[in-house]
Design a binder for this molecule. Sequence first.
Ligand code: IFM
Length: 434
Amino acid sequence: MTTAPIPRFPDGFLWGVSTSAHQIEGAADEREPSVWDAFTAEPGRVKDGSTAAVACDHYHRHREDVALLAGLGVAAYRFSVSWPRVRSPRGLDFYDRLVDDLCAAGVRPVPTLFHWDLPLGLDWLRRDTAERFAEYVSVVAGRLGDRVRKWITLNEPAEHTLLGHALGTHAPGRRLLFDALPVAHHQLLAHGLAVRALRAAGATDIGIANSHGPTWAASEDGADVAAAEFYDVLLNRLFADPLLLGTYPAGLGELMPGDVEADLSVIAEPLDWYGVNYYAPARVGAPRDTETDFSGVRMPAELPFSLREIEGRPVTDFGWPVVPEGLTELLTAFRDRYGDRLPPVVVTENGCAYDGLDDQDRIAYLDGHIRALHDALTAGVDVRGYFVWSLLDNFEWAEGYARRFGLVHVDFTTLARTPKASYRWFRDVLRAQR
Ligand code: IFM
């Protein structure tokens, strides 16, 4: 595929790729168990019946993966630190080696401290999980903080709350619907406590990775507009307002546990930057009285909204619509909503599930989204970085190994890595930006 060159991004713009521990590391017997190990052991939870016990075996092959990063020419690598691994005696040694190898390869390590693999036995419905998290963060920062400059506290607390605790399609598999709200609050509190712990350890470049997307009303009908506004509150404002404004959207603070005002002052610790994971917008309508299956997730009929297809767009293998301009819309809307309370933005995830080594669809997706990101820059949004999800095909949670997001193909029988056409394309994009 030939397209016009990608426009030039500012000097110092941070280009990278992302992964997460549970999705790539494997070596499950060399760490403590997580809620995801328990969940995947339950029949029927993961579509192909697979587990992440081996995954990409990155734990034993990380040198090969660091070489792939160096060959790609990214400036930064976003990975996650597995809390269950850090609880095992030699767990931190692994991240020590990984960070050393990244630094030696000239790739900046950007660890995420929680990407859904909660140690088994801990529970986000409990407030003290936030305190345990801050203790763990202090331990990690004490060990890696001499080489790691840029930190991410949490990945997508919205999905972990919604899928894991409200709908039950992710670990720990609870279907609490709105009774899951304390899980959101305790993760936000954990984030705020982690920011304080990181700062106490000398860190100065701290962000969070939140998933966001524009929410479009299915029609101009008042019921559809109200449902879309409600969904916007749940997906976007429930997580961004407390962090950036120090308040919950109207009506939600009352539903949260504990001394919410005091907690909000912790949650709203100023951030150095704000990470946005963007995949697609949502088209939202008034509730329907049947359950619907939306991109593999069953949406219960009792929810006050329903998700609809976005017609006339190509879709990825996951069924997600490809809407690059949604990224521009999202970022400009965030700038307009939060004004100077919004710190510089980094796109911490963007990518798509497609099969095949000659993955022209992925190239088209990334090309469109990088241009859309440039449009946001041109419109005045202070964007400082862009990370592709993901370096490797990996364990895609409840979808198992059936959804391939990698720039690098992984054969899950031999564990051989093979760069795809998109890897070479992204390498060339990065070369042209130098
Ligand atoms: O694989 C996930 C990742 O763990 C979190 N963000 C979305 C990705 C694709 O579903």
